[in-house]
Design a binder for this molecule. Structure first.
Ligand code: C5P
Length: 231
């Protein structure tokens, strides 16, 4: 049996991470959150006092990033030099600055190589999944990192739905103050990120799933159906 690669892209607030983890766990696959890799890179540069506007210094720093990736979908984890950063990389501070690192083309090339290596490791029997395969999610997995994946999905949702989901997640409410406080993390970040990746229109052969009016369960059901048909 050949290993399965499921590539899932989309902007923030589409349910991408939750859906990807659920699908990976259900099918016994590993899970790679590539956004967390950019977040860990940003965290490490800030911790080391690097000026994020200095693109050469950032690229040189990321080249030395001692990143350990845990691909268990039930408990994904990221450590830098042995220090668990899984929680700290989700802070508002990192969310605000991560695009500055992710739009550095040298950094992208480096992290894309590491992502391809992590995906390749899951084709082998000694990988987390025992060679079953992996769900990898991000912004450029269907197009750049794993364009040959057997399953390629672009998750989309309209801006209002994405803002509301993120506001509920971060502030527990969708009142106007919460929506405004969330806007930078959704609208501005997607605008910055889309200068280097196209994650709003599906490339050839990529299936689009619009989750705007779907519950999480309906979104998982839809993606599960697509993966099942590919088996
Ligand atoms: O998915 P998440 O919101 O955690 O991603 C954090 C950031 O990482 C994104 O805002 C984007 O700047 C970057 N990213 C990327 N390419 C990917 C995944 C994430 O540029 N494949």
């Amino acid at each position: 049996m050949t290993a399965l690669v499921v590539a899932i892209d989309g902007p923030s607030g589409t349910g991408k991470s939750t859906i990807s983890r659920r699908i990976a766990a259900e099918f016994g696959l590993a899970y790679l959150d590539t956004g967390a890799m950019y977040r860990a890179a940003a965290w490490w540069c800030v911790r080391e006092g690097i000026d994020l506007a200095d693109t050469a210094a950032v690229a040189a720093q990321v080249r030395e990033l001692p990143l350990q990736i845990g691909t268990d979908p039930r408990e994904p984890s990221f450590a830098v030099g042995g220090e668990d950063v899984s929680v700290v990389i989700r802070s508002t501070e990192i969310s605000t600055m991560v695009s500055a690192v992710a739009t550095n083309l040298d950094v992208r090339a480096q992290l894309q190589d590491r992502q391809r290596a992590a995906i390749a490791a899951e084709q082998r029997p000694d990988g987390f999944s025992g060679g079953r395969g992996i769900v990898a999610e991000g912004r450029d997995i269907t197009t750049v990192v794993a364009p040959d994946a057997q399953v390629r999905i672009l998750l989309l949702a309209d801006e209002a739905a994405r803002l509301a989901r993120r506001a509920r997640e971060l502030h527990g409410t969708t009142d106007s103050a919460a929506l405004e406080a969330t806007r930078d993390q959704v609208v501005r970040r997607d605008a910055d990120d889309s200068t280097v990746s196209n994650f709003t229109t599906a490339a050839d052969g990529v299936l689009t799933v619009d989750t705007s009016t779907m519950t999480l369960e309906e979104s998982v059901d839809t993606v599960r159906g697509i993966v099942t048909r590919a088996l």
